[in-house]
Design a protein around this ligand. Structure first.
Ligand code: UD1
Ligand code: MG
Length: 455
């Protein structure tokens, strides 16, 4: 297997972002720009990754401390050719090298593979694209045979060259040996006083190499982020692509332009998702799931035929088949709802195991709790799980009924078929089948005179 070294340039300042954060750490679909490139690079067989940092290098180093990448410092940004030169020591002899950019997040593995396949003893590869407005880009110069001959930067180009609409994407592939040979030959005698990586193309031709031009399959693959507006535009492109894939796999979206996935979503078929839902982390949906508008679902597993009504938030939870949630339910980490459960409006659950067929329909907090099957938790029930220092557990047996506005002071266990009278404060165990009443006895005072206003 050939070795591949992927060099990712990320030393630029990103002035137009107007940010303290290095540009490559800004996020697209919840993931930093650089992580997009690294994750794609990970899918290239046998690839090692070398990231060239400069501005904000410490922050980048810190963010990737645990990742298997090599970081190289370019202390002064003397141009793209100089940046690759800084990585030269890290490249392995005999490997093919691809140059990518930390601020060009949507390059695909297929394109990188195509570039690598074009590199051989006679050829290097250059990724180009035709743009209706090529302004700002390096233009591709071709000879009379149509072969790529050189790249001329916008600022160095003649009026005639500026008419060319085929541009350099910056992505290039060649070998370690050729880079080692050619990079020292670059000079900075140009309009910007920089060492241009693009000058390698002319050097390649002078050295008898062919430059294989590969057309980028879409502009979004090679689009860079220089401003927050460009970042937002690319985010939309990416989200539309994800929405498209989801629809193709059998899920309906009320509006693909109002769908956001910041992570992964594995979905069965015949699901339907209303507008403004955000999915984060790794989410799994079964089939026939109906999700209402404005739901936020994070790192959770949702079963078949579940209905999630408007404005529901679900995080690190498991939801069983045919459960009905919301509107306005908040399902917090560690919640496991069984099948046929119901969690209604303004109910918050946390670390709650809820057995099949149980219902918590209105205005409750159920935390650190384990409910059996077919439990009915009345409106306004609160599990008092925290004594100010420690958390305690509430257990409620199957077929129990908790009356409305009950306060369950944990630790506490209610046996099966237990019954708690509405408005009770319960702070001791309730044996199986018992009725627990924990409230003041009602007194009726006859002839009660209402207060009257002072004259
Ligand atoms: C570069 C290309 C141009 C191409 C365009 C595509 C050169 C000389 N020009 O121009 O032909 O059309 O990209 O977007 O290569 N960087 C470093 N260190 C440096 C300089 C740059 O790491 O010393 C990084 C930047 O962070 C950035 C990338 O390289 O991610 C491109 O640099 P930039 O100066 O923006 O290149 P362009 O002028 O756009
Ligand atoms: Mg520049």
């Amino acid at each position: 297997m050939t070795k591949t070294d992927i060099v990712i340039l990320a030393a630029g300042k990103g002035t137009r972002m107007r940010s303290q954060l290095p540009k490559v750490l800004h996020k697209l679909a919840g993931k930093s720009l650089l992580s997009h490139v690294l994750d794609t690079a990970d899918s290239i067989q046998g690839a090692e990754k070398i990231v060239v940092t400069g501005h904000g290098g410490d922050a980048v180093r810190e963010a990737y401390a645990d990742r298997a990448i090599k970081l190289v410092e370019q202390s002064e940004q003397l141009g793209t050719g100089h940046a690759v030169h800084c990585a030269l020591d890290q490249l392995r002899p005999g490997s093919k090298v691809v140059i990518l950019y930390g601020d060009v997040p949507l390059i695909s593995a297929a394109t990188i593979d195509k570039m690598l396949a074009a590199v051989n003893d006679n050829s290097i590869a250059l990724l180009t694209i035709q743009l209706p407005n090529p302004s700002g880009y390096g233009r591709i110069l071709r000879d009379s045979n149509g072969q790529i001959e050189a790249i001329v930067e916008q600022k160095d180009a003649s009026a005639g060259q500026l008419e060319i609409d085929e541009v350099n994407t910056g992505v290039m592939a060649l070998t370690t040996e050729l880079l080692a040979d050619w990079l020292p030959k670059l000079d900075n005698k140009n309009a910007q006083g920089e060492y241009y990586l693009t000058d390698l193309i002319a050097i390649a031709r002078q050295s008898g190499f062919n430059v294989c031009g590969i057309q980028a399959p879409s502009p979004s693959e090679v689009e860079g982020v220089n401003s927050r507006q460009q970042l937002a535009a690319l985010e939309r492109v990416y989200q539309l692509q994800q929405a498209g894939k989801l629809m193709d796999s059998g899920t309906s979206l009320a509006d693909p332009a109002r769908f956001d996935l910041r992570g992964t979503l594995v979905a069965g078929t015949d699901n339907s998702i209303d507008v403004n839902c955000v999915f984060e982390g790794d989410v799994v949906l079964g089939s026939n799931v109906v999700i209402g508008p404005n739901c936020h679902i994070i790192s959770s597993r949702i079963g078949d035929s579940v209905e999630i009504k408007a404005n529901t938030v679900i995080e690190q939870a498991v939801v069983g088949d045919r459960a009905v949630l919301g509107p306005f339910a908040r399902i917090r980490p560690g919640t496991e709802l069984g099948s046929d459960t119901k969690v209604g409006n303004f109910v918050e659950t946390k670390k709650a195991i809820v057995g099949n067929g149980s219902k918590i329909n209105h205005l409750s907090y159920v935390g650190d709790a384990e409910l059996g099957e077919k439990v009915n938790v009345g409106a306004g029930t609160i599990t008092c799980n925290y004594d100010g220092v420690n958390k305690h557990k509430t257990e409620i047996g199957s077929n129990s009924f908790i009356g409305s506005n009950s306060t369950l002071v944990a630790p506490l266990s209610i046996g099966e078929q237990g019954f708690v009278a509405a408005g009770s404060t319960i702070n001791g165990d309730v044996p199986e089948g018992n009725l627990a009443v924990g409230r003041g006895k009602q007194r009726n005072i006859a002839g009660w005179k209402r207060p009257t206003k002072n004259k």
